[in-house]
Design a protein around this ligand. Sequence first.
Ligand code: HGY
Ligand code: MN
Ligand code: MN
Length: 414
Amino acid sequence: MSGILIDSTRLQTEMDTLAAFSDAPAPAVTRVLFTPVELSARAYIKQLMADAGLTVREDAVGNVFGRWDGDDPALSAAATGSHIDAIPYSGRYDGTVGVLGAIEAVRALRRAGFRPHRPIEVVMFTAEEPTRFGIGCLGSRTLAGRLSPDALTALKDTHGIPFDEVRQSAGYTGDLTAAQLAPGHYYSFVELHIEQGSRLEAAGAPIGIVTAIAAPATLRVVLHGSGGHAGTVLMPERRDALAAAAELILAVERAGRGSDSPDAVATVGLCHVYPGAVNSIASRVTLEIDIRDIDLASRDRMVAQIEAAAADIAAARHIDIERTVLNADRPCYGDAQVLAAIRDAAAETGSTAIELVSRAYHDTLFMAEICPVSMIFVPSQHGYSHRPDEYTSPEDIARGVDVLARTLMRLASS
Ligand code: HGY
Ligand code: MN
Ligand code: MN
């Protein structure tokens, strides 16, 4: 379809406005679920959706939906969207390209005179990042029925505040059971996102078509020692929780490096030391461990290896440990029809596209539980992401939005 033109200048202005809703100094962005800056950012997105002629609603956990009804509102919608929350001191493009880009795609289709046969729905998912409640994709998991109301109400944030209290003080008081959408509620789901890696850049391809998303697992391990005075407790008498944690951190690295799977990764990204004084032996250390692979058996082998290492280290050092699996999700695969729609859309724009696996997880991973999915990637400069110098050029973003618009046109016309 000719006449689809992306307003890159407007989109960049909106990216700049959204980036300013942050608890970190520019160019870093920190935007954590239901904090004042995140609530202001939500209000901004809802206004943009309304200005684009979308009917806006929110669910009980804060997922925001902007709907364009089309000719037959009773049909299941062709959906798109992403997230706007941002981990501490990260970048401005992760997630936001897929939310602002989806709104611009709708505006571009309207400007071109397109009328969807089936509805198009833009979704801004709540809490894609695990920052506040320790579990990623909280909103899309709930929507897909992978996080029950009981599991949600059991969640506590990093300050020990229950999820229900946090969401209600943010104004979300709805019934949690109503947030779950049935399989078939959506016809399809396509997410536009930055690659957060360097494969597109290395291939000189401006568009990536995602054939699969790796399976993430998160473990929390709490190590309990006896603590004590750093000067008076002699070495043979110690049960040092931080020294034990250090051994476990290296065991996590060994599990990732030692895997024969090229996509195996294992990371300790969070380490809390208690009491955290230079002259006090750590009595408690909390580690959160991120383990992924596109190959589920390989991912599970690493989890088992790490849990065994934790048990061995604890026994050898007379440390007590608590192990909790916060999530252990399966991979998802791109749907043939959705992949074909993206391929055709990319070809229509004359863009070189490569097909690749997403090693980052996304809300698409959970949307795959209820409808056919895939993703459109745009390049990340030097592969940087989850850091302030994350960057994707306006031209690459506009091209990704153009491919998204044409993909939605195809899916909403079928
Ligand atoms: O961690 C991830 O893969 C995503 O960016 N939350
Ligand atoms: Mn992220
Ligand atoms: Mn993201």
